[in-house]
Design a protein around this ligand. Structure first.
Ligand SMILES: Cc1ncc(COP(=O)(O)O)c(C=O)c1O
Length: 382
């Protein structure tokens, strides 16, 4: 059996190596490393896949969020509502731009933003809500968009982890990242659609925002050496676009495989007294960027460590909520009561999940987990 990894990018590459190598070679032969034709070919294909009107390439998912915020004409001190239970990139860019992050709680079953919590956090200064489609699960977008529209607030979907997923609303199915004012995607290698380096895109259906974000990505310029607004240098390079163009063809297949792994884990681990398996609300087609359990009535950290000793890596996404991060200590005078977030950071554990996992490996992982839970229980109760 292979060594178990959280994500096995090597095996995935080996399975599509001929196509990937040919696509990279084409870029090498053309020497069009920046803004080569393959960048547009990829973004056009992604637009067709998601049905987003505009797909703007950029350097990574963090830049995508920053550029989206920069396009919204915000003023220092404007408030941006985000869940605290997310990767730091979601909120770091808010602080970087002199905006004020306002942290809200998540639903403990879906791990995505709690609607009441958002509603209560809205003030006249609120200009943006950033719902995060965490672990592959789409946030409940309809009530979020209703709240946003009623209060004239923009919505940036942080879709770094959930490309390939969709939302089922009253008016049908929408791919994640196509419902908000703007959305961001990360192509970090381990993501559901991963590059072989950094990469990202920003999506919107607004012509005006699209042309502004395109400019921001390119030093605030449309015409070479004429700079209308302050921008950044954020590009998706041609080699990454070539890799992503090949892998986009496999995205649905990859998501199906992730769902099959999740179904296996659910079958074996469901109904265990100490494990809560992931919940899929009817509105969300979950694509399992992570398979995250909640460990109840047992020492999560002890299970995590014991599994590592048995060759099963697991991860804690995320051990510290954003509102308690050192970087936000000057914001900590705002008193936060986010019980679900604070509960989850001490209880969640993500199991290995990737597109190449075999049944033998999944059986090994679940067998080890069940044995470790018994072992940890005995250690504490005897
Ligand atoms: C929720 C979330 N937002 C934003 C990002 C940032 O993406 P990147 O690493 O491409 O900058 C990530 C990446 O890990 C993420 O998980």
């Amino acid at each position: 059996m292979n060594t178990i990894q959280m994500v096995d990018l090597k095996r995935q590459y080996q399975n599509i190596q001929t196509e990937i190598d040919a696509a990279i070679k084409e870029v090498m032969d053309s020497a069009a490393f920046i803004n080569g034709p393959v960048v547009k070919e990829f973004t056009d294909k992604l637009a067709a896949y998601t049905k987003a009107k505009h797909v703007i390439p950029c350097a990574n998912g963090t830049d995508a969020l920053q550029i989206a915020l920069m396009a919204l004409d915000l003023q220092p001190g404007d408030e941006v509502i985000t869940p605290s239970f997310t990767f730091i990139a979601t909120v770091e860019v808010v602080a970087l731009l002199g905006l004020t992050p306002v942290f809200v709680d998540v639903d403990p079953d879906t791990f995505t933003v709690n609607i009441e919590s958002v509603q209560q956090a809205i003030t006249p200064k609120t200009k943006v809500i950033i719902p995060v489609h965490l672990y592959g699960q789409c946030s409940n977008m309809e009530p979020i968009m209703e709240l946003a529209q009623a209060n004239n607030i923009a919505v940036i979907e942080d879709n770094a982890q959930s490309i390939g997923g969709h939302y089922v609303g009253l008016d049908g199915m929408h791919k994640t990242g196509t419902m908000g004012t703007i959305s961001s995607i990360s192509f970090f290698p381990s993501k559901n659609l991963g590059a072989y380096g950094d990469g990202g895109v920003i999506m919107t259906n607004s012509d005006e925002l699209a042309s502004k974000m395109l400019k921001i990505c390119n030093h605030g310029s449309e015409k070479r050496y004429y700079h209308e607004i302050v921008g950044v240098n954020s590009r998706l390079d041609s080699i990454q676009a070539a890799v992503l163009k090949v892998k986009l063809k496999y995205l649905d297949q990859y998501c199906d495989k992730r769902r099959a792994v999740a179904a296996f884990y659910n079958r074996v681990l469901g109904n265990h007294p100490h494990l809560r398996t992931p919940f899929e609300p009817a509105y969300s087609h979950h694509v399992y960027h992570q398979y995250t359990l909640i460990l109840e009535g047992i020492d999560r950290d002890a299970v995590h460590e014991a599994l590592a000793k048995r060759g099963v890596p697991t991860m804690i996404y995320y051990p510290v909520p954003c509102h308690q991060q050192e970087m936000f200590k000057n914001l900590q005078d705002r008193s936060y009561d986010l019980p679900h977030t604070e509960y989850l950071v001490s209880k969640v554990l993500s199991l290995p999940i990737h597109t190449e996992l075999t049944e033998e490996e999944m059986t090994f992982i679940t067998t080890q987990l069940l044995e470790v839970i018994d072992e940890v229980k005995q250690k504490y109760y005897i």
